[in-house]
Design a protein around this ligand. Structure first.
Ligand SMILES: Nc1ncnc2c1ncn2[C@@H]1O[C@H](COP(=O)(O)OP(=O)(O)OP(=O)(O)O)[C@@H](O)[C@H]1O
Length: 263
């Protein structure tokens, strides 16, 4: 099994510019249980600064839980999350943003959704308004500025969620299946925004089921199966030459039941 654990981190880059990137976030032996069931078990991985890391795996593998834990929305039972070398740093969330599969928008205008988020981050007046207009322009949403956010199409709503998440200049962006319900054109618009953010140096952590998207966007890949890391390493290597049974089956399009085989 390839391993993205801290000890072997230096040897697994596919992206030359990332070969010596330090981890911005390290997960060590993370365990999370609910209702007497272990949902994540001893998960360890590195997110390298400036990288695009994919979290993949079947339904119920624990991908969303892992993302929420890394973002500090829920607390682990055991293990540590280290932000820039500091374990369980309480201030980390200020430098992070998250986009959920279903857009979570305020019942206000497109402009007001951005204005609220930037206001929370301390921006005021003309500086804030200029930043909102530039962000909407970049995302092709400028003409919808006064429209109630809730009446936008699904694709537009997700673009707005992403723009809002990026407007606060996060150092890391967590995305939980942001294109799961979108058509190819909307998916492409979201991917372009992600790639632009990545080019500016924003670290990207993306949960996806979409192998095409994984090939287009992935640099590092973490594959979860039944709450454990089945395989991690460079995305292109795993996608073309997987080592573990669950990932081989997934890449081949075969159904792998694993521990659920008796169900
Ligand atoms: N708060 C909770 N209490 C109890 N069980 C939970 C809780 N949150 C998640 N789970 C369970 O943990 C498992 C992992 O959930 P998670 O949402 O992380 O899966 P996932 O890999 O993101 O799946 P999908 O691809 O379907 O979105 C599931 O079996 C889910 O029912």
């Amino acid at each position: 099994m390839r391993d993205l654990s801290p000890e072997t981190e230096g040897s697994m880059s596919t992206a030359p510019h990332l070969a010596h990137s330090p981890p911005i976030l390290t997960v060590q032996d993370l365990t999370f249980s609910a209702q007497k069931t272990v949902l994540l078990n001893a998960v360890s991985l590195n997110i390298r600064e400036g990288s695009r890391t994919l979290i993949m795996g079947p339904n119920g593998a624990g991908k969303s839980l892992l993302l929420r834990l890394m973002h500090g929305l829920i607390k682990p039972d055991a293990g540590t999350i280290t932000w820039k070398g500091r374990a369980n740093a309480s201030e980390a969330r200020r430098f992070q943003s998250m986009v959920f599969q279903r857009p979570v928008l305020l019942r206000r205008s497109v402009f007001a959704n951005l204005s609220f988020a930037l206001g929370v981050h301390g921006l005021r007046g003309k500086l804030k308004a200029d930043k909102i207009r530039a962000a909407l322009h970049d995302a092709g949403l400028a003409h919808l500025e006064t429209r109630p956010a809730r009446v936008l199409s699904g694709g537009q709503q997700q673009r707005l969620s992403l723009v809002r998440a990026l407007a606060t200049d996060p150092e890391i962006l967590f995305l939980d299946e942001p294109t799961a319900n979108l058509d190819p054109a909307s998916t492409s618009a979201i991917e372009q925004l992600i790639m632009k953010a990545s080019a500016r140096g924003v670290t990207i952590v993306l949960v996806t089921h979409d192998q095409g998207q994984a090939k287009r966007l992935g640099e590092d890949l973490v594959f979860l199966q039944d709450g454990e890391v089945a395989e991690t390493g460079p995305a292109q290597t795993i996608l073309t030459a997987p080592q573990s049974e669950p990932v081989k089956a997934w890449v081949d399009g075969r159904i792998y039941l694993g521990s659920k085989a008796g169900y």
